[in-house]
Ligand binder design. Structure first.
Ligand code: HEM
Length: 164
């Protein structure tokens, strides 16, 4: 397939990651609802591991596609039918930099939260001495992935959808 499946001159993998970013937020909210209101710790654990695996696969495939297959995001944006003006191009670059702050820190927080939870929380999962730190790391990871998602979607809009 030459372009993405969302109807813009993007790539298949870029559209795949954008779709994953949209799906991740409601799944994460459901996981937090399970643990906070339903106290279903096992379901929360399973969902968080699945979300982590999906993120890892999506980000790896995405980086291979953008960096190796297309030689950078600029080449993908240049596929547009109506090219971006230099101002629009610079704006897209700045939005991307903001997005990268969250996109780089999220996997670090996510991996730390997951690693410590698997190591320190008993099996089957239940509140324990690690709960306080886990809640802190968990909320940081949650806010970080949400901001990754929002800024990533905004970048996609600026780069491919606006004035297309
Ligand atoms: C990156 C992955 C994870 C994230 C982002 C995450 C996020 C969270 C958050 C935000 C809370 C606090 C909810 C509240 O305010 O009450 C929480 C609670 C909890 N999580 Fe996770 N979690 C993750 C992985 C895990 C894993 C792998 C386990 C099990 C091994 C686990 C077990 C628990 C338990 C038992 C609680 C309840 C703690 C308590 O209230 O005492 N979590 N999680």
């Amino acid at each position: 397939m030459e372009y993405g499946f969302l109807g813009y001159r993007s790539t298949f993998m870029l559209d795949f990651v954008v779709s994953a970013l949209v799906l991740i937020v409601p799944l994460l909210l459901f996981s937090l609802y399970s643990v906070k209101l339903k106290r279903n710790f096992s379901l929360h654990k399973k969902l968080q591991i699945v979300l982590g695996a999906v993120l890892l696969v999506a980000v790896t495939a995405f980086e291979i596609d953008v960096q190796i297959m297309h030689g950078g995001w600029q080449n993908i944006v240049n596929q547009r039918e109506i090219p971006l003006t230099p101002e629009q191009f610079n704006f897209a670059r700045n939005v991307l930099y903001v997005h990268l702050v969250f996109a780089v820190s999220t996997p670090l927080f996510w991996a730390t939260t997951l690693f410590l939870a698997l190591k320190r929380i008993p099996n089957p999962p239940a509140p324990c001495a690690h709960s306080k730190l886990h809640q802190k790391l968990g909320w940081i990871s949650t806010i970080d992935i949400t901001l990754t998602s929002l800024t990533g979607l905004y970048w996609y809009y600026v780069a491919f959808v606006a004035s297309a």
